[in-house]
Each structure stands twice: as structure tokens, then as C-alpha cells.
Design a protein around this ligand. Structure first.
Ligand code: ZN
Length: 418
């Protein structure tokens, strides 16, 4: 048996015993399904267990918690599968696990103690990743500048003042950053930035060639892009090495399965839903958690020498999952925000792909609401509830009504995909 599997098997056995002792949710699952936990010894034995779904997590949220709340160090939330975001609780050791994960990720992306990272994502708002980046940089002995999202002026001022070597950013922000530099006479080619860790949106096609966004950035700016894919539930990241042929699994932190629509494991190179079992988690460990993300999985040895599995870009989402500006959103969460505003009697949510193939959300609203005060109020509401704010477009009430109630459908078209 390969050493990696032996190590994972030891951690898996400890995990199974731990959730059997401490997780109300898994105690119930084991009892209901009549599972003999001693029969789960290796990753291959996981197939005996049912999957854990996003719905389970939303419905039985606190039943997953394995320690008293007094032992929780950091309280985070996912962006919500339904109307309410799901709580995620990190014990102190989980915060440390996050730091370890990110340190390994940075090293995989050729980072070292000589680097200075510029963090262009939020570190607060109950968001896990920003915190992880900060701790990871610290752990490898690098420096980090917490600029946060947006603010092109501050980004450039910070780049010129502190000379970061690596940016951590949502990639679709980079063209905006470059546009700003061009219109303000900033010589970005001389900036000293050598690479960008790209989060939240893909920069590659499934064959690893750059997608439109990846091409746009690299054709304009001589930087190396490293894609990284992660989620709150995993508390770990799949980060690309210098070869750029998919994000590497960290086998110490996760057991990865990739399954087809019939829940069978897909072959090397195949497309399927990403399923993870978290290793070494104290607060909210998960067994066979279905992420809903669809990726190609690669089991062959990478040219960098690592033999860990790799995931290609997220090419699709189960059901109606929308990944918008690096945040995962489901339409009901958008409806919930709109439904909170009593002035809004009619609306339609339009989900489309932008020129880079990423999701865009536009809310169609009646013309009479088009005031600066209303727009600002709705923008802030979206920011506070979903962390991101969709575009708004105003059309006449007649036109909107026609679009929502057209055809003889039983339900109005609150949501359309174009
Ligand atoms: Zn590699």
C-alpha cells in the first residue's frame, strides 16, 4: 500500500472514531444505517458511508459540531445554500490546520519566505479564506499586506510602497486593476509583482490552457498565474504548482473522491462532483461531503514530481449554484434579499456568463425605483447578506411584468438563465 494511503487510513480511522464519539449528526447516521465503524479502515471503505450533503449541513447545522461552543476560536459562515448561511465553527486546532494548509498551498505555488503577498480579498465578514492566507504567509515566514478587495488606487499605492511579489486576488479584478494603472500612468510592468494566486474563479479551461480571463491577464502583464480552489467546508485548498495542470490535493488534510451522477468514482481525467472527507478537523469534521462542484480529476503523476491527485477548474455546479465574484450563491438567497425590501413588488434575476465565462447576476427592477438612495440601499443590503452585490437594471413595470409572467407557466419566471 502506498505511504500516502497508509497515512490517510490512520487518520481516517481516528476521524471515524472521533465523530462516532462526538458528532450528533454522524452518530445518527451510523445508527440509522447500521454502520459498523470498525469496518472503515481505508479510504476505499468510505463507500460504505452515505454522502453528506449541503442540505444536511443547513438542516442539522449544529449537530455537526463536535466540541462545546466555548471551545470555538473562529466563527465563519458559508454564503448559504438556502436563505440562511451555514455556520462553520473552527476550534483552535482547526485555525492551525488552516494555517498549515495555506502554508503548503503557498509552497506548492512556488512561494517562499522571500515573498511578500498582497491580500486583495476580505479578511473579515466571517470569511475563512482571507484569514487562511494571512496565517499561511506568516507560517512560511513571508510578509503579507492586507489591502482587501477593490480600491485600485490603494492597491497600486501599496504595490509601489511595499513591493509585493505575489498578489492574492479574484482574477476578474485584475483587468480593472490594469485599466486603472494605464489611465493613471502607473508602470505596472516595473511593479515587481511576479505572480498572482487566483481565487474564486477559474483561469483555465479543462485542458489547462488559459481561459479568456487567464489570457487577458497574461497577454497584458508578465505574471505567472496560479489557480486555487477551496471552500469553507473543506478548510483546505487545491492549489496549482508551477506546471499549472490542476490544483494539487493535500492528502494530509483531505480524502478526495470525484463521483459521477450515479455516485460512482470517475476515471483519471474524468468529470465529476468533488466529494471530500476532512482529516484532522476538530470542530466540524465532514465525511464524504458533496461539494456540488464539478471538476475533472487527474490521478497521474504531475510533471512537478508530486503524485497527489489534481483537480481541473470548476466547470459546472450542481443544480443552480452560482459562483459570483468568488462567492457561492444560490438563487433563493438572492430572492430572500429582494423579498426583504417592501418597495420591490416585481423583480427578475438574470444569470448570465460574462466575457470570461464567469457568472454574472443582474436584477431587473421597475423603473420607478431607480433612485440613488434605493440603489445604495439595495447594494448595501446585498453586501451585508451575501457579501456581494449584483448589477441592477431598471425597465418599465409593464415590460418587467411581461418578462416575468410571459407564457402560460404556473410559476412566474423569477429567475432566468441566458
Ligand atoms: Zn504539480
Amino acid at each position: 500500500m502506498p505511504q500516502q494511503i497508509i497515512n490517510q487510513s490512520e487518520k481516517l480511522q481516528a476521524l471515524i472514531q472521533y465523530v462516532a464519539d462526538n458528532s450528533v449528526f454522524y452518530q445518527r447516521v451510523f445508527a440509522e444505517k447500521g454502520i459498523d465503524i470498525t469496518s472503515i479502515k481505508t479510504p476505499a471503505d468510505l463507500a460504505q458511508l452515505p454522502f453528506t450533503t449541503k442540505d444536511d449541513l443547513a438542516k442539522y447545522n449544529d449537530d455537526f459540531l463536535c466540541v462545546p461552543k466555548s471551545k470555538i476560536t473562529d466563527f465563519v459562515t458559508t454564503s448559504g445554500t438556502m436563505s440562511d448561511p451555514v455556520a462553520f465553527y473552527l476550534a483552535d486546532s482547526d485555525v492551525e490546520r488552516l494555517a498549515t494548509n495555506e502554508a503548503m498551498s503557498f509552497k506548492c505555488a512556488d512561494g517562499s519566505e522571500n515573498d511578500i503577498y498582497q491580500l486583495m480579498t476580505t479578511i473579515d465578514k466571517r470569511f475563512m479564506a482571507g484569514l487562511a492566507y494571512w496565517m499561511g504567509a506568516r507560517k512560511i515566514g513571508a510578509g503579507i499586506i492586507r489591502v482587501g478587495p477593490g480600491a485600485p488606487f490603494l492597491q497600486w499605492e501599496s504595490i509601489q510602497r511595499f513591493s509585493p511579489t505575489v498578489l492574492i486576488a479574484i482574477p476578474s479584478f485584475i483587468p480593472r486593476l490594469l485599466d486603472y494603472a494605464e489611465s493613471n500612468g502607473i508602470d505596472y510592468a516595473a511593479s515587481g509583482v511576479k505572480s498572482i494566486i487566483c481565487i474564486g474563479e477559474p483561469i483555465r479551461n479543462p485542458d489547462f490552457s488559459y481561459n479568456e480571463l487567464g489570457k487577458r491577464i497574461t497577454s497584458q502583464w508578465n505574471v505567472k498565474l496560479y489557480s486555487t480552489y477551496a471552500s469553507t467546508e473543506m478548510g483546505a485548498a487545491f492549489t496549482e504548482c508551477s506546471v499549472g495542470n490542476g490544483g494539487h490535493l493535500n492528502p494530509d488534510l483531505l480524502i478526495l473522491e470525484v463521483v459521477d451522477e450515479h455516485d460512482n468514482a470517475v476515471e483519471d481525467g474524468g468529470l465529476g462532483e468533488v466529494v471530500v472527507t476532512t482529516l484532522g478537523v476538530e470542530g466540524m469534521p465532514l465525511l464524504r461531503y458533496k461539494t456540488g462542484d464539478l471538476c475533472n480529476v487527474h490521478y497521474s503523476k504531475c510533471a512537478c514530481g508530486r503524485d497527489s491527485a489534481r483537480l481541473g477548474p470548476v466547470v459546472g455546479r450542481k443544480q443552480q449554484m452560482i459562483k459570483f465574484k468568488g462567492t457561492t450563491i444560490f438563487p433563493p438567497a438572492i430572492f430572500d434579499v429582494l423579498d426583504m425590501v417592501k418597495e420591490i413588488e416585481l423583480y427578475q434575476v438574470v444569470v448570465s456568463k460574462n466575457e470570461y465565462g464567469n457568472d454574472e447576476i443582474t436584477i431587473l427592477l421597475p423603473m420607478q425605483l431607480q433612485t440613488a438612495v434605493f440603489k445604495e440601499m439595495l447594494h448595501s443590503l446585498f453586501k451585508s447578506k451575501l457579501r456581494v452585490s449584483p448589477a441592477m437594471e431598471f425597465i418599465t413595470a409593464e415590460e418587467l411584468s411581461f418578462r416575468i409572467y410571459k407564457q402560460e407557466k404556473r410559476k412566474p419566471d423569477k429567475l432566468i438563465y441566458i
